[in-house]
Design a protein around this ligand. Sequence first.
Ligand SMILES: *Cc1c(COP(=O)(O)O)cnc(C)c1O
Length: 416
Amino acid sequence: MNMHEPVTRASVAARDTSDPLGRFRDLFHLPDGLIYLDGNSLGPLPRRTVERMNRILEHEWGRMLIKGWTACEWIDAPARVGSKIARLIGAHADEVICADSTSVNVFKTLSAALALNPDRTVILSTPDNFPTDLYIAQGLIQQLGGRHELRMVDAADIEHHLDESVAVLTLTHVNYKTGRMYDMAHLTRRAHACGALTMWDLAHSAGAVPVDLNGTGVDFAVGCGYKYLNGGPGAPAFLYVARIWQDRFSQPLSGWMGHAAPFAFAPIYEPVPGVGRYLCGTPPILSMSALECGVDILLEADIQHIREKSLALTDLFIQLVETRCAGHGLDLATPREHAVRGSQVSFHHPAGYAIMQALIAADVIGDFRAPDIVRFGFAPLYTRYVDVWDAVERLAQIFETRAWERPEYAQRNKVT
Ligand SMILES: *Cc1c(COP(=O)(O)O)cnc(C)c1O
């Protein structure tokens, strides 16, 4: 785009016609007229998931019943879906398993990291990490007898606090509020230099930005199935364990699905070699099959195209908001610098909650994160450039008409 030409709806729409990811939008159910900028919280429904769910209900569960575990390869779903997710995050196929929720996987991987670094007592993180990661660390410390400490330091001070006391550095790669992205390679190298392990939460990275776990030498990672992977509400999560650590420790949720021979029904736990020992109980086959459909779609796209379009969409959104909504008190919370930006744009605004409610009423879905963040996710597979234009026009209207001041928009919902 020529920087000196004025940006118009037509010039923005023209970018959609030459978009190499343009064909993917039709693979999703997206209600007419709705601009969905919340795929970072819950991805939309892929059309093929509907077909897959019908088939699995009628043919597999309905007709095969228990034979499905073998005949329909349900038993292999955690490893199969994990190996597909591995390709999205730069891991070997045998380093990722699909299981449980992100929170539970944080517990398993942090347990492993502490056990593998037994002379050290500190879990290093930041106070703005996603709360569940911090809560799970606190619960784990209590479980281990209170010998460990969760040390929370500002992002800018992390390197300063990497010393011989740190067992594991745990961070969320892309911050859920601001969209700021850490330099995973650099911080992992710094952690290793002081003898600490790393556990990265990829909830806002997998399927959204390029990740290279093997290339950066990460030890452990977890991530979410229902955000950019489009696995559906409460989809199973995933976890990654680098090969070198897999057989050195067996995680504490030592359920039968992680046993070397679950159907030997032996009384003594013996973990299966490899990442399979991070399974606990029976996998949720319906949910895992839905997740697999979402992951398959992402594997058909080029992650470099996803990254380029993500940056173009977020650049355009920032530029248009700052011109069309100038003077209305929005303060950019997301970095302008590409290298440290994930796939979302957030603004501070003291009336952020009411503004987002008014915007949702105008069919633009983003979300609100306390205390004052309005947040917009840009998933390049189904978000068009023209959606960015239209979303900003509706936002500008809300400011111009002061629609957000209506009392009903101040009512807090349980889920924001
Ligand atoms: C969404 C999210 C989670 C969610 O965890 P659940 O166990 O699925 O509720 C965890 N960590 C981060 C960073 C997230 O953004």
